[in-house]
Design a protein around this ligand. Structure first.
Ligand SMILES: Nc1nc2c(c(=O)[nH]1)N=C([C@H](O)[C@H](O)COP(=O)(O)OP(=O)(O)OP(=O)(O)O)CN2
Ligand SMILES: [Zn+2]
Length: 137
């Protein structure tokens, strides 16, 4: 049986501030620099989600891409698009919204939604030069 990797991409826009409550104000400024500005700043993120599985011989699909689109929209995009992550998204009130933390959070949301252990990779482009990847390890 052939195992195929299937990827769907989605875009969203969010504001965030990089800040750790475990650090002093000065340490936060030193570590996070301009990204620690209390007013926050925005990114146009690109999320890429890859599932992995055998091709269903009847449908010819690993997973219907329409289902993957819906799962991504409902589990992730609707929660974060046009939001200030630190203020409007409960989980990021507790977790610093770095790209690394975001991919792990998104993995958990998508894994619950997709079920069946088919999730392979969650990739988040924060800018065209900065990308974080998580494979559930
Ligand atoms: N390990 C991480 N480091 C940084 C993260 C992150 O999520 N993980 N995030 C940021 C900021 O969010 C920052 O906004 C990154 O974007 P930007 O400042 O635009 O990036 P650059 O200065 O590198 O801009 P280039 O145009 O790519 O030069 C910072 N660090
Ligand atoms: Zn940023």
């Amino acid at each position: 049986m052939a195992v195929v990797y299937l990827t769907r991409r989605a875009n969203f826009s969010s504001a965030h501030r990089l800040h750790s409550p475990e650090l002093s104000a000065e340490e936060n400024r030193i570590i996070f620099g301009k990204c620690n500005n209390p007013n926050g700043h925005g990114h146009n993120y690109t999320l890429e989600v890859t599932v992995r599985g055998e091709i269903n011989p009847v449908t010819g699909m690993v997973l219907n891409l329409t289902e993957l689109k819906k799962a991504m929209e409902e589990a992730v995009i609707d929660e974060v698009d046009h939001k200030h992550l630190n203020l409007d998204v409960p989980i990021f009130r507790e977790i610093n919204p770095t790209a690394e933390n975001m991919v792990v959070v998104f993995w958990k949301l998508l894994e619950q939604r997709l079920k069946g252990g088919i999730l392979h990779e969650v990739k988040l482009w924060e800018t065209e030069n900065n990308v974080a990847v998580y494979r559930g390890e």
